[in-house]
Design a protein around this ligand. Structure first.
Ligand SMILES: N[C@@H](CCC(=O)N[C@@H](CS)C(=O)NCC(=O)O)C(=O)O
Length: 202
């Protein structure tokens, strides 16, 4: 049995999205980041980082949302996992790229410009994050000006991983990056994405 640890209001939304795409049954430990459950001895034995998401798949423990999504798609022989080695490599490239260039930057920017209570916001953190976001969005926009999807001719885990991470982009002004805006809307219009989004917004 698959068990997914992590609230849809966290990066676990990406894993819940892939699980919906694959039609997987799972047990959900809906646990917010930094909540007591993430600091329990039991959870820290699974993921010593105390972060979410983590999965347990018949005893196999895995954390890091991008890796989890690739693993689940491959294990279930999904067409979302690119078969062609170059497209597979592009999926790795874009997933790692997002983690490096945009992931924490977007979270920091959104948190420190509005999501956190005002007293906890730090303008320096928001500014440092914003210094990195436009160049990365331009890289993504250029790629999407030449191709409909990030790794091959069809929607794949490459798109899911990057679009999942850009969830916060849905509420940002993306007019400077029209190809990103159009692609992001297309990715999040998928029924499985809408299901994950509804869980997040519940
Ligand atoms: N690179 C990790 C990041 C995981 C992560 O930072 N998760 C956040 C929630 S979105 C968390 O659990 N934060 C708790 C903390 O900072 O202690 C992944 O993609 O899974």
């Amino acid at each position: 049995m698959l068990r997914i640890h992590g609230s849809p209001k966290s990066r676990a939304v990406r894993t819940l999205w892939v699980a919906a795409e694959l039609g997987l049954a799972y047990d959900h430990n809906d646990m917010l980041p930094r909540s007591p459950g993430t600091r329990s001895t039991e959870y820290l034995a699974l993921n010593g980082n105390g972060r979410v998401p983590t999965i347990e798949d018949d005893g196999f423990v895995l954390y890091e949302s991008m890796a989890i999504n690739m693993y689940l798609a491959k294990k279930h022989n999904s067409p979302l996992y690119p078969k062609d080695p170059r497209n597979e490599a592009l999926m790795w490239q874009w997933s790692l790229w997002e983690t490096d260039r945009l992931d924490r930057q977007l979270v920091n920017y959104v948190n420190h410009t509005g999501a956190l209570p005002e007293a906890q916001r730090d303008k320096a953190v928001a500014d440092a994050a914003w210094a990195e976001i436009p160049p990365a969005m331009t890289v993504l926009n250029n790629a999407l000006s030449k191709a409909k999807w990030l790794a091959g001719d069809d929607f794949s885990v490459a798109d899911l991983n990057v679009a999942g991470a850009l969830f916060r982009g849905l509420s940002m002004d993306l007019s400077a990056w029209p190809h990103v805006a159009e692609w992001l809307a297309r990715c999040w219009a998928r029924p499985a994405a809408q299901k994950a989004k509804a869980m997040r917004e519940a």
